[in-house]
Design a protein around this ligand. Sequence first.
Ligand code: CO
Length: 169
Amino acid sequence: MIKASKYLMMAAVLTLAACGSSETTETTTTTPEESSVGVQPSGEAKLTISGGDDMKFDNNYFEVKKGQKVTLTLVHTGTSPKATMGHNWVLLKPGTDLTDFGNKAVNAQANDYIPESEAASIIAHTKLIGGGESTSITFDAPAEPGEYPFLCSFPGHFAIMQGIFMVTE
Ligand code: CO
């Protein structure tokens, strides 16, 4: 009798333990995904990118969550005027032909090299700035996850001044 009841109690404890452990496993697998490195779990993403007289961005990769509010600040760390070494930051839809876009931008000097004919490909852009200036824009990250290219559309710059704006789930 004593032995039998001991077995019953042990069986009950094992069952409870089994239920408890499976719940614990589910919790621990979801938590790390929500706090992955490089992704801000909620709220606004505050991004900064710099470009200087060397015609390079200091950052070629950003990662945000879909629909996340983004404030991006572009800093021109050089001293050259915008007429000769202007920088902007233009975010484009996935699949945009960057060479084609860059060539159209060359002819859009009057609009700070933002080609109005390509407006459908542009998600967001800053104004064009020169040495010592900075500018910020705030926009909502695209709702569709994917790799969104960005570039500086000043003539001749996009080949080097470009990168990926990654939108995750
Ligand atoms: Co530039």
